[in-house]
Structures are given as C-alpha cells and as structure tokens.
Design a protein around this ligand. Structure first.
Ligand SMILES: [Fe+2]
Length: 657
C-alpha cells in the first residue's frame, strides 16, 4: 500500500512537471532547487518603443553570488551570450534585471536564468514578433489582477494552454493590491510566471500601485512619455498609447496629441489603441470616473481616429458602441463594424479583483456588459490586396464556482473592418463642419509591402461631385477648390479621394462633411412692435433656428452693449433703466459655429409711469385734459373779448344816432 501511494505521488509529481515543461520546450532538468536562491517571478517586458528589446526581471530571497542570463537562438544554449544583470535590494528580496538588446525580429530566443551553478532555472524561450509591416499581430488585454491569487494563476494558465500565438500582453492596472509591498509584487509574478516568462508584458499604473509604490522597480517599460508613467509603442500595424490616470492627466494631453500626430504621419500605422486604468465613461453608479477628461482627451481620440480605448478599475467587462463623446453612438450593428468613425470604450477589470455587480440597466452607449473573470484576445490582420485591415476582438470568461474554475468560454466577439486602408484620410473627419471657406485636407498613402522599384503614386486627385470634376493635388495635402465648394448647397458633402500607382491600381477613400452657410433664423414673438412699457424691462420671447447655433445676444444701443442669453426672459433691467421715455430699439443677434451671424430688430416705447392698459398713458391723458382746458379757456376769453369789442364799437354809433 505504501509503495502504491509512493508511486502515485511520484507519478503525479512528474506528470505535473511534464505538463509544465513540455509546452514551451522548457528544460526542467535544469531546475536544481527551489530554495531562497532560486530565481522566481520571471517576467519579460520591453522598454522599446518600436521593437522587442526584451527586459528579463526576477527575484531571489537571498542574494545570488553569480546571477546571470544566458541566451541563444539554439535550444541547447549553444553559442550563448551571457549577461550579468543589475541587482537591487528591495525590502526583503533581491531584484535582478537583464537587458537583451538588438534582438532580431521574428526570432525565437532561448534563455536561462540562474543565481549560481546550483540554482538554475529551466531553459525558457520567447519569440520576438515584430517587424513593423507584419500583417498579423495578436495580443492580450486584462486588468485588475490584485487580490485573488488563484484567479490570476488560473487566467495565466488558461491563456497559455489555449493560445500559442500571442505576441504580448497589456495590463490595464491595479496589478497588485498594495504597490508599496514588495511581497505582493513577488507573489504576482510568481502567480503569472507561466505566462510572463514566455510572453512580454506591458503595464500601466493603477491606483493600487500607488505613485510612491515599487512598480517601476519591478517592471521596465518604454520611457518616451514621462519616465514610464505614460508611454507609447508601435508594433505591427498598431500604435499603442498607455495613459496614466493615477498621475496628472492635464500634462499628458499635449503629449497625447503629439503621439497621435506622429501616428498619423506613419504609413505603417493602421490602428490606434489607448489604454489607462480608470475609465473616462463610467457606468457604475457611485464609482469615480474621469468624466472631466471628456472635453480634453475624447476630442483627440475622435479627431485622430483612436479605434479602441481600454480601461479597468471597475471589476467587470463592458464594451461600448463606437461613440462620440456620449453624443452619437452607432448602434446599427452589435458585433460587426465597418469603418467606424468613433472609438469604442472597453472596461476590462476581471483578472483577480473582487467582481463588481454594476446594477441598474445598461447606459445607452453600452453594447455588452458581463461581470465575470475574463481576459481579451485581439488579433489584427492586414490584407494589402483587398486594401483592408481587420481587428477581431474576443473576450473569454473564466467561470468559477466555489473556488473551482471551469473551461474558458467566449462571451463577446466583434469584428472591425476598415476598407480603403491604404489611403487614409487624416483630415477632415466624418461630419466635420465647414462654412463658406472650403475645407483643407490631409491624406496619407501606405506603401506597405510594395516594392519601391515598382510603386509610386503618380497621380492623386479628389472629387466632390461623384467624379464629374477631378482635381489633382500633391503630397497628400491641399484645400478643396473654392469655386466647386461654393456650388454645394447647405448640408452633406461627400469628398472622395483617389490615388493610382504605376501599375494602374486605384485606391480610394471618402469622407462625409457638413456644410453650413445659412445664418440663424430669428423670429421675435415678444415684445410686439411699438408696444409700450413702463419702468419694468420688457419680457422677450424669440425663436432661433440653426442646427449649429452657438450664441444669442441682444443690444439696446446698437451693439455698444451686448447682453448674451441662453433662454428667453426679461431684458436686462439695468440696461433698460439707462433709457429715458421714448422709443427704444431692441436688436437680437445669433451666430452659428461657422460664423454666420443674423439679427432682428423690434421697436418699443418707454414711459416711466405705468402704462394705462396699453392704450393711453395717464400722463398723456392728463396733458390732453390740461391742453383742452387751456384751449377752452382761451376760446371763452376770446369770445368775451370779441363780444366786448363789438359792444364798444356799437356804443358810439348809438351815440351818434
Ligand atoms: Fe483601480
């Protein structure tokens, strides 16, 4: 019996180790110990912005006497390069960092980490992806792994056992519960080592990392932003921008715009993806959000064509429709999107933190919501022949019941296709508004995978009347012909851009913009013409029609003093008090965002005393009575005088008689 139990134990031990070692060609025979000098928590990161220079970091409990990394393209580590890592003592452990630079793209490298000859980890391997013009790129997004060690262990295991072609991972923050605690960092990277030792990871700071935590002693990232607090990198056809919602967001805005401009100038960038920890749009009542960034970051996302925005912090999964600043969202399709013009916003916070039940109904912008442990796998493909690029996003849930984890299953899948990808319209964007002046434009042409010997853009042109009139332009920039623009009426204008190469292949893309050259229409309902008012300023009621109205104001003095208003009400009393009795001209103005200005006037009468039912003012009536009385008196006196003079004239006659 004892023998049987021993055999089962030994068999189980080797089975577990075989499973752990077989998948990635890891040489388990090199594991010599699991003591305080054993390298643990091995993780790969990259501090490069355009390629996969790899940084290997690990820790030991005691200080290693001969820490080193051997790496080679040979599985047996033949002809290896030896690197002595830097070492730092952090709290109770020793951290080691080795930089593997100038690695070749799309190569598999084998490596081995050791503390000394007795403490050697198994031979591991990783594969550098990445040539910029790769046509396929696959990566993983997840976040909020703090707290539950079993959940994050299981997620790492299931990712490794289910996907063998992931190029890198991105973590959206709250990696550990307390970023000041080195033991928690050690635990995290031990928990996910099965994943982190073979696939490089990018991370962004969450609130649990703390700004004074130990994140940047444990993780090495690109430093082209501010240190590595926020940064960008470009892999394959994607520009990634990691934003830090745990630091001052204001100073990141100009950097964000400059990064997006760089992406626009890069012919290899077909997709732009941003990620951060706290969400800008928060669907969980009572949960803090970053809505103050809606007027600053979101317009940049929209203007420069960010495709996807990821966050965590809320411990569930949520996907929005493509949406514009919560004003417009495309709900035509739930899972298939073609050339969406606005970003989609995701929350992925289900990698180990306690799940949140959001409660309530979905906001209008929410396309899918599920509170479950999960991770997201994204694959981007570029088809040069079909002139299109496709992004496939799959969200996988990991079911849990009383600590038992089942097989992962797909809960959400979307496909985004961009056609005309080889001719990219950077400006104008869809539904941009223009007035009398014709729009400027900026387009770029990708030269992906085309032999420069055979490829050139020898003619470029655009049309805004379905090809009736074509205009050539050079260098991708110009201004739409003013005369043709003038012929277009108010409303939608479709601009098509074309380019052909010397092989006769024609590329095209189009954008719809709005033209507004009509001034606002103003109707004055109150006051009515020639209405009389007393001391109280008149009430006004006007109706203004303009889809792009931006301001309304009035003036009582011909424009010297302008009073801005947003709703109907009373004329400013102070302005009204400035006027004596008599005629007052009130001029109402309105303008739209295209600079079209309109005005309407109304004339009223002012009398200090109260109006007499709007008919005859009391003082006017009094003047009338006085005037009539005076006239009557004058007439009576005149009659008397005339009569007296007549009598005076007749007296001598009688005397004469
Ligand atoms: Fe958080």
């Amino acid at each position: 019996m004892i023998t049987l139990i021993a055999n089962i134990f030994i068999s189980s031990f080797f089975l577990v180790n075989f499973m752990d070692c077989s998948r990635f060609f890891n040489d388990c025979q090199n594991i010599k110990s699991s003591g305080p000098l054993t390298p643990k928590g091995i993780r790969l990161t990259s501090n490069s912005t355009t390629s996969q220079d790899i940084v290997i970091t690990w820790y030991t409990e005691n200080m290693a006497s001969e820490p080193k990394v051997l790496y080679s393209e040979n599985p047996t580590l033949l002809n290896n390069i030896t690197i002595t890592p830097s070492m730092q003592y952090v709290d109770i452990t020793y951290l080691y960092t080795a930089y593997l630079s100038n690695l070749e793209s799309n190569h598999t490298y084998f490596y081995q980490v050791s503390s000394d000859s007795s403490n050697v980890r198994e031979t591991l391997n990783f594969t550098t992806t990445i040539e910029r013009n790769t046509n396929v790129l696959k990566f993983l997004m997840f976040g909020d792994s703090r707290t539950n060690r079993t959940v994050r262990q299981k997620i790492a295991e299931k990712v490794v056992s289910s996907f063998d072609d992931i190029d890198f991972t991105i973590h959206t923050g709250d990696i550990v519960a307390n970023g000041r605690n080195q033991t928690q960092w050690n635990n995290y990277f031990e928990d996910i080592e099965i994943l982190s030792k073979i696939i490089p990871g990018y991370y962004i700071e969450g609130n649990h990392e703390h700004t004074d935590g130990k994140m940047y002693e444990n993780i090495y990232l690109p430093s082209n932003g501010m240190n590595s607090y926020y940064y960008s990198f470009s892999l394959g056809p994607i520009k990634f921008i990691g934003l830090n919602t745990n630091r001052d967001e204001g100073i990141q805005t100009s950097w964000l715009e400059s990064e997006l401009k760089l992406a626009d100038q890069d012919n290899e960038t077909f997709w732009k993806i941003a990620y951060m920890h706290e969400p800008i749009f928060n669907s969980m009542v009572g949960r803090s959000d970053l809505s103050d960034l809606i007027p600053t970051w979101c317009p940049l996302f929209e203007q420069y064509g960010i495709d996807l925005v990821f966050a965590g912090h809320n411990h569930y999964y949520e996907r929005s429709y493509p949406m514009n600043n919560l004003k417009e969202f495309d709900s035509d399709s739930l899972y298939e999107f073609n050339n969406p013009s606005n970003p989609m916003y995701f929350i992925t916070g289900g990698a180990g933190a306690p799940l949140y039940t959001r409660g309530g109904s979905n906001p209008d912008y929410t396309a899918y919501y599920n509170s479950t442990y999960h991770f997201i796998v994204i694959e981007v493909q570029v088809d040069d022949v079909k002139e299109e690029t496709t992004l496939i996003l799959e969200t996988w849930a990991m079911p849990e019941n009383a600590g038992v984890f089942g097989d992962i299953y797909l809960i959400d899948k979307i496909t985004i296709t961009k056609k005309g990808a080889l001719l990219n319209i950077d400006y104008p964007n869809k539904n941009n508004l223009f007035g009398q002046n014709a729009p400027e434009f900026n387009v770029t042409f990708s030269k992906r995978n085309l032999d420069p010997t055979w490829y050139s853009i020898n003619s470029t042109w655009y049309t805004i009347d379905s090809g009736l009139t074509n205009f050539t332009f050079e260098n991708g920039v110009g201004t739409i012909d003013q005369l043709v623009w003038d012929t277009k009426p108010n409303g939608t204008v479709n601009i098509q851009f074309f380019a052909n190469d010397t092989l006769g292949v024609i590329y095209s893309n189009e954008v719809t913009v709005q033209k507004d050259i009509i001034a606002p229409q103003i109707s004055i309902n109150l006051p009515i013409m020639n209405q009389t008012f007393g001391e109280d300023a008149p009430i006004f009621n006007i109706t203004i029609k303009d889809a792009n109205l931006i301001a309304m104001w009035y003036s009582l003095d011909g424009g010297l003093t302008n009073i801005i208003f947003t709703i109907n009400g009373s004329i400013n009393q102070i302005e009204w008090n400035k006027f004596p009795n008599g005629i007052v001209v009130i001029t109402f103005f309105a303008n739209d965002s295209m600079g079209n200005v309109a005005y309407q006037e109304i004339i009223v009468t002012k009398y200090i005393s109260e109006p007499n039912n709007g008919l005859i003012p009391y003082d006017l009536y009094l003047r009338f009575i006085i005037t009539i009385t005076v006239i009557t008196i004058i007439v009576l006196f005149s009659i008397i005088i005339i009569s007296w003079r007549k009598n005076l004239f007749q007296f001598p006659l009688r005397k004469d008689l």
